[in-house]
Design a binder for this molecule. Structure first.
Ligand SMILES: [Zn+2]
Ligand SMILES: [Zn+2]
Length: 410
């Protein structure tokens, strides 16, 4: 028997209503904030991710599904959503939509990660990118939008962790200070951090190793090193965030992995204990250089992405509210024609309707109607057909009434 590829799974009809629910709420919130959806292909040139995510990142080095096209071009399944959206923004000259471009996406991403619980190699992200705004208003809007999504999904106990990581001007000074500090603790750092201390000391700050964590707790903090522009940006953002009254903490250790981030970075964590130690729900931040790096005009942007599978895990208690308006039950073969006519007429009027194609016993048809969550069933027997009528039974109250077939067909 053929099966899905390891680490990939089907989303079954019994789960789909939760997906629709999350997608619907996100789409409503995006609309409230005037974001437009963009859909990009799942397959892109490998070069896009090498340049847009970074050749030395784990994602590009180890996790992409990469293969050759028939003409030998190297292609990759998208491992994340930002690089394709930036590519589309440049290729379609969306930057001409002045002054800003606000885009969101929902879709499947692919990473060949080591299989572990709750991690899939084909997973879904919902994210947004806000291009062309340097003002902290854009950062505050993104944060407000995310909190609105979480609120409407009724996710409790979430906390934003907000930081600034400076810019190309001021960050080198901070990196230098970090390097000095960590060098004094070199022997106690994990092997990985020892290696990256020279190239990217910021990454030591988000190492999960407990010793590294402990050392990082007393390290220099970024806010003491940022330039005036970055400092003002951060302060203005916090003022705006105070206004929307969301739970947040300033955390100078939220650095995010990638070099193109500037100023604002943030993460949202679930602190009600549902997710355990790995409790980050989503992350995002402001970036520049990415658009120009991919041959577009110099543009600052801010974005975020949520892992949908993780989000659904937080919603597991949402009841499956599947239902159908009518199940039409022909009591014999002679009534099938009429059942089809009535069902068609109700469907055209906008009701959800199904017919049991087996025309089996009444008992088994009623059982099936129950399983579908039918609000009402329509029974058509020999006598009813003779009188041009049918019986409508309300499944909740068990009330029955006789209705005229002509009424429903017109
Ligand atoms: Zn700066
Ligand atoms: Zn470490």
């Amino acid at each position: 028997m053929l099966k899905t590829i390891a680490g990939m799974k089907d989303i079954l009809p019994s789960e789909i209503s939760q997906w629709h629910y999350v997608e619907k709420i996100c789409m409503e919130v995006f609309k409230n904030f005037n974001y437009k959806e963009i859909r990009t292909p799942i397959l892109e040139m490998t070069a896009l991710f090498k340049r847009g995510v970074g050749e030395t990142t784990d994602i590009v080095e180890k996790e992409m599904y990469t293969f050759e096209d028939r003409d030998k071009t190297s292609l990759s399944l998208r491992p994340e959503g930002t690089a394709p959206v930036v590519r589309a923004y440049i290729q379609n000259k969306l930057f001409n939509d002045q002054p800003v471009t606000k885009l969101y996406y929902m879709g499947e991403m692919y990473r060949h990660e080591r299989p572990q619980k709750g991690r899939y190699r084909a997973f879904h992200q919902i994210g947004a990118e806000y291009f062309g705004a340097t003002s902290p208003l854009a950062d505050a809007e993104i944060i407000s939008l995310i909190s609105e999504i979480l609120n409407r999904l009724d996710i409790k106990s979430y906390v934003f962790y907000i930081n600034t990581i400076g810019c190309q001007e001021c960050r080198p000074k901070y990196k230098e200070a970090l390097k000095n500090y960590f060098s004094n603790h070199f022997d106690n750092l994990c092997e990985h951090c020892q290696k990256r201390l020279d190239t990217n000391p910021l990454r030591v700050l988000d190492c999960k190793n407990s010793k590294c964590k402990e050392i990082a707790e007393s390290s220099p903090i970024i806010i003491d090193y940022v330039c005036d522009t970055c400092k003002t940006h951060h302060e203005e953002l916090i003022k705006l965030v105070d206004f929307i009254k969301i739970p947040y903490k300033i955390d100078y250790r939220i650095v995010r992995g990638l070099d193109y981030y500037v100023r604002t970075t943030f993460e949202v964590k679930e602190e009600g204990g549902i997710l355990g130690a790995q409790n980050t729900i989503l992350g995002g931040g402001r970036y520049n250089g990415l658009v120009s790096q991919l041959d577009g005009p110099e543009t600052e942007a801010i974005g975020f992405a949520i892992g949908v599978e993780r989000l659904l895990y937080l919603l597991e208690n949402i009841s499956n509210s599947e239902y159908i308006d009518y199940v039409v039950i022909p009591l014999g073969k002679e009534q099938i024609d009429m059942a089809f006519k009535i069902a068609t007429s109700l469907r055209i009027k906008g009701f959800s309707v199904d017919i049991d194609p087996r025309s089996g016993s009444l008992k088994s048809q009623m059982r099936w109607a129950n399983k579908l969550g039918a609000k009402s069933v329509i029974l058509i027997g020999e006598n009813e057909l003779k009188n041009s009528s049918y019986i409508e039974k309300n499944m909740e109250t068990s009330e029955q009434k006789v209705c005229s077939i002509n009424d429903v067909l017109n």
